[in-house]
Design a protein around this ligand. Sequence first.
Ligand code: MLT
Length: 266
Amino acid sequence: MEALVKGLKLFYTDSGKSNAPAIVLIHGFPFDRTMWQEQAALLEPSFRVITYDQRGHGQSDVGDGQYLFEFFVDDLFGLLDVLRIDRVILCGLSMGGYVALRAIERCPERILGLILCDTRSEAETDEGKLKRAAAVHTVQDKGVPAFAEGFLKAAFAPASFKETPLVVEQIRKSILENSSRGICGTLIALATRTDTTSFLPSIRVPSLILVGEYDGITPPSAAKAMHQRIPDSEMAIIPNAGHLSNLENSLPFNSRLLEFAKKFIS
Ligand code: MLT
């Protein structure tokens, strides 16, 4: 399905129980909504489940590629408005988690719960900004495939290339389907995003933090720092997984997700 949000077509799925609490699964960069297929199927019997392709990703429009991070948050709220969903549980992985954190900072009254996967609250360091600049150069000079190879090496735990090769292929395919304009626009938005750390102690909704044991992009130390600041939050380290813990080791990921999600249904 598609929705017109801020002048862009955003592709989404809306499944599960229509009268149940809604949960939105927000994908990371530079993937698309298909990374949540397994978790969506798991949640559908008890929740209304929304997945969507963020601007510049998957099937959604790319637009002019001139993005600020806030635009991704505008898109989330715009989609919720189109779908007439007032309050929602947000589950975001990595960039999806950055969106979720900024969304609750901006509109806490619309958020019922948070599931923060392989993500962090801090804004980009100077080193990170320079890495984003190098990544933009790679995309512009060598193309998306060269960027994808470097990204895959950083994202997956080394063992995952042998143990879950189909998952690596699925993610490679999603990255390659994205345009260089969307990828570069998102890299610039990521480099200039705001820091949500000081807001964490104000979070008053049930929050679960999940992180892959070998996540090298948003490591367990970043997850622990959020866990310490978010009151009454829960945290679990997903063993034998890197940055894509929901795909690299879905069994423990799904069981923590489901156990946490039960809080929202009576
Ligand atoms: C992601 O998975 O969304 C990205 O790795 C986020 C980032 O690069 O900061």
